[in-house]
Design a protein around this ligand. Structure first.
Ligand SMILES: *Cc1c(COP(=O)(O)O)cnc(C)c1O
Length: 357
C-alpha cells in the first residue's frame, strides 16, 4: 500500500498566464500531473511531475489500435474555501471496468484517489472560484508497448492531468439542439459503449461534425441495431420528462454509466419523482411531443452537469421542447447539484471527497 507520492514541483507556476475569465474546455493545463507506469507485470513507483510532453515509441499500441481508456471528473472550490472532488470513487470503479473491457491491468483505486488529493493540494490555486467553473481532471491509461501485432500491450502509462474549465451554460445559447442520428451508430450491442475508451469517440467525430454543419449542437444517438431507441446525447446521458415521470434509457451495455446520470436519478427520487430506467423509442418522444406531454429533455454529464434540450430534429421533423428554453426541472437539478458540489447545501449523499489544504 502506497501512502505518499514522490513529487517534483514546478520551479515556476504558469498560473499567472491564465485568463480565468476566458476559459474554454480543456485547452489550458495546470502545473502538475500524476503518472505511473506498468512494466514487467507491475505498476511501478507513482510520481507527480510538472505537466509537460513525454516521449513514446512510434509503435506504441495505443496509437495504432486504440488501447486507451480515460475518465473525466471535477474538483470544485467550496464556498468555505475547501476543495471538493465530486464522487471520484465512481470514476475509479468505472475506469477499472473500462480497463477490463480493453484488457488493461487493474490498478489500485486507493492510489487513484490519493493522486487526486495530492494534485488538488498542489494545484489548489488552479481551481476557479466562480460558480460553475471547476478544475477538470482527465485520467488516462494507454498501452505503450511498441508492437504492430493486434494484442493487449505489455506496458502502460496511467496519468492524470487537470484543466481549469468554464461553466457550460451560455446566456446566448441556453439550450442545445439535437439531431436524432438514424444512420451512424455510436455503440453496438457487444461493443464498447459502456467503456470510456478512445475508439467510441473517434466513431462519433464524423456524425458530430455533420450534425454541426446542419445547425445542430449535438447528436442524439439511437441504438445500433434499428436506430429506434434513444441511447445518449453527444457525450452525455439523456433524460426526458413525459407528464410527471422522468425517463432515461436503461444501462444495457451500449450506454456509458454516467456519474451525473446516477446523481440525477438519486436527487429526483429523493424529491419523490417517479423515474423509469427503460428503453425509450424516438417514436415515443415524437408522440409525446404531439400529445403535449413532452415537458422537458436534458443531457447529464460532468462537463455540462445539466444541458437542457430545446429542439430535436427527427428525420426533418422539428420537435420543440419547452419553447426552446431551459425548463424548471433541468434548471433546478443544475443548481441542486452545483450547490452540493460547492458546499452551499448539505452533502446528504456523501458525494464530495473533501481535500484539506
Ligand atoms: C463521460 C460520458 C458520459 C457522462 O458521464 P459522467 O460520469 O456523468 O461525466 C455520458 N456518455 C458518454 C458517452 C460519456 O463519455
Amino acid at each position: 500500500m502506497i501512502t505518499s507520492i514522490k513529487t517534483t514541483r514546478v520551479t515556476q507556476s504558469r498560473l499567472e498566464t491564465v485568463d480565468f475569465n476566458n476559459l474554454g474546455f480543456g485547452s489550458v493545463f495546470s502545473d502538475h500531473m500524476f503518472q505511473v507506469d506498468y512494466v514487467n507485470g507491475f505498476w511501478s513507483e507513482p510520481e507527480i511531475v510538472p505537466y509537460g510532453p513525454f516521449s513514446i515509441a512510434p509503435g506504441a499500441l495505443c496509437l495504432h489500435y486504440g488501447q486507451s481508456v480515460f475518465e473525466g471528473l471535477k474538483a470544485y472550490m467550496g464556498v468555505d474555501g475547501l476543495p471538493r472532488i465530486f464522487r471520484p470513487d465512481r470514476n475509479a470503479s468505472r475506469l477499472q471496468n473500462s480497463c477490463k473491457r480493453l484488457c488493461i491491468p487493474a490498478f489500485d483505486e486507493s492510489l487513484f484517489l490519493m493522486a487526486l488529493d495530492h494534485l488538488v493540494q498542489l494545484d489548489a490555486n488552479w481551481i476557479p472560484k466562480e460558480r460553475g467553473k471547476a478544475l477538470y481532471f482527465r485520467p488516462l491509461i494507454i498501452g505503450l508497448e511498441a508492437n504492430l501485432t493486434v494484442k493487449p500491450s505489455d506496458n502502460y502509462r496511467f496519468y492524470i492531468m487537470s484543466s481549469p474549465v468554464r461553466e457550460y451554460f451560455s446566456k446566448s445559447n441556453p439550450t442545445i439542439s439535437l439531431k436524432a442520428e438514424h444512420s451512424f451508430t455510436r455503440a453496438a450491442p457487444g461493443g464498447m459503449g459502456h467503456a470510456k475508451t478512445a475508439g467510441n469517440y473517434a466513431a462519433s467525430l464524423l456524425p458530430g461534425i455533420r450534425s454541426l454543419s446542419e445547425g445542430h449542437d449535438q447528436v442524439l444517438w439511437l441504438d445500433g441495431v434499428n436506430h429506434e431507441y434513444v441511447e445518449e446525447v453527444g457525450q452525455m446521458n439523456i433524460f426526458f420528462q413525459i407528464g410527471n415521470k422522468v425517463i432515461t434509457p436503461e444501462l444495457r451495455g451500449t450506454i456509458l454509466p454516467g456519474v451525473t446520470r446516477d446523481s440525477v436519478l438519486e436527487l429526483l427520487r429523493r424529491r419523490g419523482i417517479v423515474c423509469e430506467e427503460r428503453r425509450v423509442s424516438i417514436q415515443e418522444i415524437v408522440d409525446a411531443a404531439y400529445a403535449g406531454s413532452l415537458v422537458e429533455a436534458f443531457g447529464a454529464g460532468t462537463a455540462a452537469v445539466i444541458a437542457p434540450v430545446g429542439n430535436i430534429d427527427v428525420n426533418g421533423q422539428q420537435i420543440e421542447i419547452n419553447n426552446s428554453a431551459p425548463g424548471p426541472l433541468a434548471s433546478s437539478l443544475y443548481n441542486e447539484i452545483l450547490d452540493i458540489q460547492t458546499g452551499v447545501s448539505d452533502d446528504v449523499f456523501n458525494w464530495n471527497r473533501m481535500v484539506s489544504l
